[in-house]
Design a protein around this ligand. Structure first.
Ligand SMILES: [Zn+2]
Length: 166
């Protein structure tokens, strides 16, 4: 009797173990940390790719800032540029409601495409989420929010940047 009970306990113990192991297996692939959708425009700032900062260049001649890669200043044409963080906040400069999305658009339709002005001047186009259309106001503060989307080629998920009201 003792042996049988012992076996039973063992089986239950195993079941308990499998219960712990099995649910983690399907997750192992998606647990790979997402990578920036565009490392020249978005730098991830934490390990799980949930926060990031926009990046670009600042002109050493006239101090104008550019979002993303640049080889010369768009304002004064100087090539004396330094890489800078452009932060994760801005002001809604303009927006439109997109009803006919680009091919392959993975999100909801219609969606809001916002033109956001960063404190240092450059403007950045991205979807505005977490906001009713009627609540959108020109000049409202917005902040960057990162979402992970599956990569088309099966590699690590891509972290994409969107805006949401502050
Ligand atoms: Zn310049």
């Amino acid at each position: 009797m003792v042996t049988k009970r012992h076996q039973q306990a063992n089986i239950l113990g195993m079941a308990g173990q499998w219960h712990c192991i099995i649910p983690t297996m399907p997750d192992s692939e998606s647990a790979i940390t997402p990578v920036s959708i565009d490392p020249q425009r978005l730098r991830l700032t934490n390990d799980d790719a949930s926060t990031g900062t926009l990046i670009g260049f600042k002109c050493n001649e006239c101090e104008a800032s550019v979002f993303g890669p640049a080889i010369f200043c768009q304002q004064c044409t100087s090539t004396d540029l330094k890489a800078v963080d452009l932060g994760n906040k801005g002001i809604l400069f303009s927006f439109t409601i997109v009803r006919i999305p680009p091919a392959g658009w993975p999100g909801e339709i219609p969606y809001v495409l916002g033109q956001v002005e960063l404190p240092s001047g450059p403007q950045v186009l991205a979807e505005v989420i977490n906001c009713e259309h009627k609540d959108l106001k020109i000049g409202m503060g917005v902040e960057l929010v990162l979402k992970s989307v599956p990569a088309e080629n099966g590699g690590p998920d891509k972290a994409v940047y969107k805006w949401r009201p502050v």
